[in-house]
Design a protein around this ligand. Structure first.
Ligand SMILES: *Cc1c(COP(=O)(O)O)cnc(C)c1O
Length: 372
């Protein structure tokens, strides 16, 4: 009997565990020197742009919207194929989510459909990079410039991904990353936001901690309504250990993805009717390896049969506009047909740093068996 192969699993090395233990013994376990160091290293990686850390990759986007002054009466365009957080933050600030359908090949938001969805009320776009695959970033920012829109990049899955040799996050407008447990690098829970200037940094710090600003030894004021979103030094210690391995992790995931394609063979799609992701081993960090199943098999059936082969399968994502909360806002079936089809049939195969080529071969053999 083979062991169960999960679809994702974090790898925390011994040096990181030792650093967490050292932090726990240090007498300072909330935001402190480790957070400052983590932000410094992230900023360096993002080409010197200012970066602040938070306790999730959800509040980062909400805070970016607040900094941009987006709220009631404003429309924000996003994709229906994402974690629900991407759309929730729009509702959270009182703005109106507007969805644009996805591209069937990249499974990312279709930028031509974004253009079609723009109205006089549109203030921002929140694109996501599903599985870590960037959009056409030149086209995205050309649209933003032409229509004077802010961009809040939901790069939750895209740490380590690049565009024309530059890391995602090192250019653009607001860029939000998540360090949740399943992401390519983790702080267990957490996130960071790349900002544009010191005014935005000052606002980000206030929204992160109760709207508080300090001056001198005892000067304190509150001039905006903030929340409690700071990262702890315990989380930052994990993040520093993980971040040191980003290059190694990204390279290994790209190699695993290449091995998936090599093992499945050039005729896999023709033989099974399944759709593989685009083969990009330069820009994509391969956060996920996703397959769109043929209509002949349902996703629950596929998941159950893969489970019988001891292979864990994830799915990312159910279309957001069909959740009850969003149906109550007027969204319904048929509005975004590509997203609805992909959302019904997409699965995530095992993909994580500790995986081996043998694991890839096991997952491929099981999938070929199930789809044949
Ligand atoms: C993980 C993820 C988020 C949310 O990040 P959290 O850190 O869990 O808040 C948002 N969007 C996408 C696309 C994600 O993958």
């Amino acid at each position: 009997m083979t062991t169960f192969l999960p679809f994702s699993k974090p790898t925390i090395d011994e040096a990181t565990i030792a650093s967490v233990a050292e932090t726990l013994r240090s007498g300072w376990i909330t935001s402190g020197p480790k957070v400052a160091e983590f932000e410094k290293q992230l900023s360096c990686y993002f080409g010197g742009r200012p970066v602040r850390t938070f306790n999730s990759g959800t509040c980062t986007m909400e805070i970016a919207l607040r900094i941009a002054g987006i709220g009631e009466g404003d429309e924000v365009i996003t994709t229906p194929i994402s974690w629900v957080a991407t759309a929730s933050v729009i509702l959270e600030v009182g703005a109106t989510p507007v969805f644009a359908d996805i591209d069937p090949v990249t499974r990312n938001i279709d930028l031509d459909k974004v253009i079609a969805a723009i109205t006089p009320k549109t203030r921002a776009i929140i694109p996501i990079y599903l599985a870590g695959r960037p959009l056409d970033m030149d086209k995205l920012y050309a649209i933003a410039a032409q229509y004077k829109l802010r961009v809040i990049e939901d790069a939750a899955q895209a740490i380590g991904s690049t565009w024309q040799g530059k890391p995602i996050g090192s250019f653009g407008d607001f860029v939000s990353f998540s360090f949740q447990a399943n992401k390519n690098i983790t702080t267990s829970e957490g996130g960071c936001l790349v900002l544009n200037n010191s005014d935005e940094v000052s606002l980000a710090e206030k929204y992160r901690l109760q709207g508080v600003s300090r001056s001198g030894w005892d000067g304190i004021d509150v001039d905006v309504l903030g929340g409690k979103y700071n990262m702890t030094d315990i989380a930052a210690a994990i993040g520093l250990g993980q971040f040191a391995q980003l290059e190694k992790i990204t390279a290994h995931r790209r190699q695993l993805a290449q091995h998936y394609f090599a093992t499945l063979g050039a005729d896999f799609e023709a033989k099974t009717g399944a759709q593989l992701p685009p083969q990009d081993f330069i820009n994509t960090n391969w956060h996920l390896f996703q397959v769109v199943l043929p209509d002949a098999i349902t996703r629950p059936e596929f998941m159950e049969k893969m489970k019988a082969h001891n292979i864990g399968i994830g799915f990312h994502y159910a279309p957001i506009h069909l959740f009850t909360l969003y149906r109550k806002l007027g969204f319904k079936e048929g509005m975004f047909p590509v997203a609805e089809h992909v959302g019904r049939q997409i699965v995530s195969l095992p993909m994580f740093y500790a995986m081996t080529n043998d694991d890839v071969e096991r997952a491929c053999a099981a999938m070929i068996d199930v789809l044949s």
